[in-house]
Design a protein around this ligand. Sequence first.
Ligand code: CP
Length: 320
Amino acid sequence: MVERLTETVVPVGRRSILALKEWTPSEIRGILTTAAWMKANPKVAHVRYALAGKSVGMIFELPSTRTRVSFQVAIQSLGASPVILDWGESQLGRGEPIADTARVMSRYVDGIVIRCRSHQTVQEFARWASVPIFNALTDQAHPFQALADALTLWERQKRLSGLKFAYLGDGSNNMALSYLTIGAKLGMQVTIATAKGYWPAAEVIDWAREEALVTGGSITITDDPEQAVFGVDAVATDVFVSMGEPGDPAVKQRDLMPYQVNGKLMALSKPEAVFLHCLPAHRGEEVTDEVIEGPHSAVWDQAENRLYVQKAALLQTLGD
Ligand code: CP
């Protein structure tokens, strides 16, 4: 039986999406419900023109392929115009304060998609902007990737509540933290397997455990990769070294190699388990070719679903 994501899609009004922590389980389920409906009904007229006459700014401090293209297509397919601003080619790159940029851009556009190295930069942007801000990745959160991954899991496994989900790799990066958040919000049984020194911060674990108590989920942190993947419905990983991360990448890669998702490890999960990777992937490091190209892999569906969750979120927060 397919789990019903939500009974009703609750109106959310003009809201920013900086991290899913700030969203209730029913609001998150509402975005997923709308996204699934949009995917099934791509040509419905009131969706195609829902944001007609509006403009959405897009600011990228870091490189992107999926996020940039999928947001631009999502904005256009709702009838709005994307306005793309490269950080280095704007006055931001010459040091104009975030507070000034956010206030000025708010006079031109109806919402702003922003990818930054530091989560504090996006928070600062949201503090000064008078239009919704959409976090397109920071060092602490990648909310639209987490939403796309939840939609992919729901499509493949027909449920999210109680789903056994293991993430292997850097337990303190944006994807690990986003999986802890969305997993706790949606009642999933989340296990993070990582080396000592790469665990999520204690307050994040405590927050996720408290949230999971309410939703019927659970949060486990372990340094044992085999125990983490045993009998799970889904296995996820991410690059060992994130974009622009300081420190010696060779040390981190060495520390995290025991958490590589390879065929031997994947075989410990359920036969119908799904493998997730937000991409880009480094084959031979966090994942082997046989897994990412193998029968468990749902990575192309994940990438596609970015489009639908972003369309859904834009519609719900910027639509009239
Ligand atoms: N997954 C993801 O955010 O991809 P990009 O860095 O290509 O946007």
